[in-house]
Ligand binder design. Structure first.
Ligand code: NAD
Length: 257
């Protein structure tokens, strides 16, 4: 029997077929999970719709994660259609381009707030909204996406590194808070992949090349590998793991010199 037969999940962060969220969705759907997808704004609707329609029985809903009313509406609809929820995938991040490109010391107050709101606080807001539906079935699993720049300084990552550090700390605090209700919260720290969000990072192509040269596996991580690691952390195969940030980066993070 497929691993996730009869299970349901919601995926935040599909923009196109290169999105990490889409890779994770495909792995979850392959194992039988029924999925709801959200898209940010009308501009992305058509693209996400054409992807989600390839997965039978899936839902498509609009959600800007800075908008509490939209978050409530999304989980209201998921409750109506699915009646329960087993998984939440948070694959969302944003920082204004000038705050990524400027020297870090020049980070603007508004940019700092927006980056943290979209890239970190939203994990707390979405987990809270998902909780009642997860408790319908005795628990659930939440997964977020992060990057090495949360731990170490990576040139060009700047404000996003600080927002990811906040996201990773939120993973641990949420895991401790929701663990007694059998809700697990984990993150994947992915190696660089060429996506829409990644193109906002100055020098991304050099970063990709550097990773492939230095990583123990001597290559960049594939989207499908991140998808399958997501499947592991969402499914009961990882039932003893919570509050963890798991690297899926071909081993790059273990190298010192
Ligand atoms: P992507 O551009 O495909 O996905 C980013 C998503 O964030 C998009 O779908 C976008 O619509 C969404 N988003 C931004 N602001 C939003 C808002 N206000 N409301 C709702 N959604 C919003 O790029 P990706 O690389 O797949 O990024 C997914 C996650 O993976 C991000 O958290 C990113 O930081 C993380 N990540 C990416 C890499 C990489 O190299 N690509 C590496 C490690 C971690």
């Amino acid at each position: 029997m497929p691993l996730l037969e009869g299970r349901t999940g919601i995926i935040f962060g599909v923009a196109n077929k290169r999105s990490i969220a889409w890779a994770i969705a495909q792995s979850l759907a392959r194992e039988g999970m029924r999925l709801a997808f959200t898209y940010q704004g009308e501009r992305l609707k058509e693209g996400v719709e054409s992807l989600s329609s390839t997965i039978p029985g899936s839902l498509l809903l609009a959600c800007d994660v800075t908008n509490d009313a939209e978050i409530d509406a999304v989980f209201g609809e998921v409750g109506k259609q699915f009646g329960r929820l087993d998984a939440l995938v948070h694959s969302v991040a944003f920082a204004p381009r000038e705050d990524l490109e400027n020297e870090f010391v020049k980070t603007s107050r508004d940019g700092f707030k927006l980056a943290h709101d979209i890239s970190s606080y939203s994990l707390v807001a979405l987990s809270r909204a998902a909780m009642p539906l997860m408790l319908q079935n005795g628990g659930g699993s939440v997964l977020a996406l992060t990057y090495y720049g949360a731990e170490k300084v990576v040139e060009g990552y700047n404000l996003m590194g600080v927002a990811k550090a906040s996201l990773e700390a939120s993973v641990r605090y949420l895991a401790a808070n929701l663990g007694p209700q059998n809700i697990r919260v984990n993150a994947i720290s992915a190696g660089p992949v060429n996506t829409l969000a990644a193109r906002g990072i100055k020098g991304f192509t050099e970063m990709l090349k550097h990773h492939a040269e230095r990583a123990p596996l001597r290559r960049s991580v594939e989207l499908e590998e991140i998808g399958n690691a997501g499947l592991f952390l969402i499914s009961s195969m990882s039932s003893g793991i919570t509050g963890e940030v798991m690297f899926v980066d071909c081993g790059y993070n273990i190298i010192g010199l």
